[in-house]
Every structure is written in C-alpha cells, then in structure tokens.
Design a protein around this ligand. Structure first.
Ligand code: NAP
Length: 248
C-alpha cells in the first residue's frame, strides 16, 4: 500500500447545505472523512458536521469566502501548512444570478465568475498536489452549462466554462488524478426555493422534465460518489448530466 492509499479525506466546498451537504453525507456513508467549507452560516455548518460525524467518520469545516481571491489564498496556505492529503476535491460552492445583460452590475459579474469558475480553478491549481494518486476532482456545473436562458449570463457562462476547464484539467492531470463534472438539472435546494415553492413554476418544471420530478440533492451526491469511486478509473474529462432529462 502506498502512502496515498491512506488519504481518505474529501474536501467539499459549500458542503454545509443543499447539494454540497448531500455530497458530504453520501461520501461519509462510504467511509470518507469530510472537510467542508461554508461562507456565512456557521450554525448550519455545525449541524452538518454533527450529521456527518454521526456516520462514524471525521468531519471538519472551515469558513472561507471563495469569491475572494485573497481568502482563497489564505485558505489554501493554511491547508498546505497542515499537510493535509485528500482523496478528492469537490468544487461545489456556487451562486445563481438571474440578471439580464443590461441589469448585471460589474461587481455581480465578477462575484459569480469568481466563485463559480475562478475558485474551482485556483483550488485545483493550489491543491492538486495534495490529492492522492488515483484521486479525483469533481466540479459541479449545471444543465445551464449546456443550455441558455436570455438572462443569467454570468451563471451560464461560468458553468459552461467549468465544463471545458474540466476537460483540459483531465488531460493535464491524467493519469495521476481524474477530473470530471456533474451537471445537475432542477434540484430542490435553497438556491431555487422560490421556484419549487411556487406551485405554477414547480408544476412547469415537473412537466418539462422527462423523469417527471424535481431532483433531490441526494441524486447529485450519488453521482459524485460514482465519479470518485476508484472502480470507475477509466472515466475522466466527462460531464455527467443528472437532470431527469430536462437538458435533452
Ligand atoms: N440547486 C440547483 O437546482 C442546482 C442546479 C444546477 C447546479 N447547481 C449547482 O450546485 C452547486 C450547489 O448549489 P446548491 O443549490 O446546493 O446551493 P445552496 O443551497 O445555495 O448552497 C450553497 C453553498 O455554497 C456556499 N457558498 C455560497 N456562497 C459562497 C461563497 N462566496 N464562498 C464560499 N461558499 C459559498 C454556502 O455556504 P453558506 O450557507 O455558509 O453561505 C452553501 O454551503 C452550485 O454550484 C450550483 O450552481 C445547483
């Protein structure tokens, strides 16, 4: 067994709630220790850490605003100083902004590109040498990385670029590390609570989705677990749509 075989920690950004929490719990259930980040809600992070450790693995959380270049640097410096080895990095933290071209302000564009695209890039650059051989990076993109509405330009551009970043990094980091992405459809989280709590919109999404339901965060957790699983070691550079068919 090489020392890398012992790396059993997974770093999940935005792991305190929503999809990131479901990913963390799914991977904890598979026996991985979980280190997750959050931005603003320390109480929620504490609750999630307790739920993870109840599964019998180690859970730790760190606060970092990943839309801030300087905070990313201090986060990764602390991480490297501690000499933490990880089996996978899951770039999940993200925000949505539905502005149209004439509405979006410079700082909103920069924030969404910073968090949804630049943070996965900088974390991959700064931490790829801390990922064990045979490990993975998984980027959480979106069905809106493939399709487009006439608004949400920052969101859509960031998610499309993340898919292409996934492909390039997969080629560069192979065969040591695999890099894949997941493109969720409409998933019931706080991010689109307004959508699934509105009866008419919620029904419209259900009707438009071939599988006739909204996605649950756990659907994405299972997909990430599949991509990280070393048994799937021939899959790299792939973006797995987990969208009930709405992106078809
Ligand atoms: N929900 C969907 O339908 C859907 C569909 C396609 C793709 N996605 C993607 O899936 C990912 C997770 O989405 P979600 O629906 O689970 O979102 P969510 O419920 O809003 O959770 C967002 C998570 O990201 C963290 N976060 C927010 N701003 C941050 C910042 N500036 N720096 C660091 N962390 C930050 C939050 O921490 P705090 O709570 O502490 O702020 C929280 O842990 C995103 O990349 C999103 O684009 C979601």
């Amino acid at each position: 067994m090489s020392s890398d075989d012992k790396a059993k920690t997974i770093l999940v950004t935005g792991g305190s709630r929503g999809i990131g929490k479901a990913i963390s719990l799914e991977l904890a259930g598979k026996g991985y220790d979980i280190l997750f980040t959050y931005n603003s809600d320390s109480k929620e992070a504490e609750r999630t850490a307790s739920e993870i450790s109840a599964l019998g693995v180690m859970a730790d959380s760190m606060q970092v605003d990943l839309s801030s270049r300087s905070q990313i640097e201090s986060f990764t410096t602390k991480f490297l100083e501690k000499g933490i080895r990880i089996f996978a990095l899951v770039n999940n933290a993200g925000i949505y902004d539905g502005s149209t071209l004439n509405e979006i302000k410079d700082e909103e564009w920069e924030k969404i590109i910073g968090l949804n695209l630049s943070a996965p890039f900088y974390l991959s650059r700064n931490l790829n040498n801390s990922i064990a051989e045979g490990g993975s990076i998984v980027n959480i993109s979106s069905v809106y990385g493939f399709r487009a509405d006439p608004w949400a330009h920052g969101y859509q551009a960031s998610k499309a670029a993340l898919i292409h970043l996934t492909r390039g990094l997969a080629k560069e980091l192979a065969p040591r590390i695999r890099v894949n992405a997941v493109a969720p459809g409409y998933i019931k989280t706080d991010m689109n609570r307004g959508g699934w709590e509105s009866e008419s919109f919620s029904k419209w999404i259900t009707k438009s989705t071939p599988m006739k339901r909204w996605g649950e965060p756990e659907d994405i957790g299972r997909a990430v677990s599949f991509l990280i699983n070393p048994s799937n070691s021939f899959i790299t550079g792939h973006t797995l749509a987990v969208d009930g068919g709405i992106g078809l």
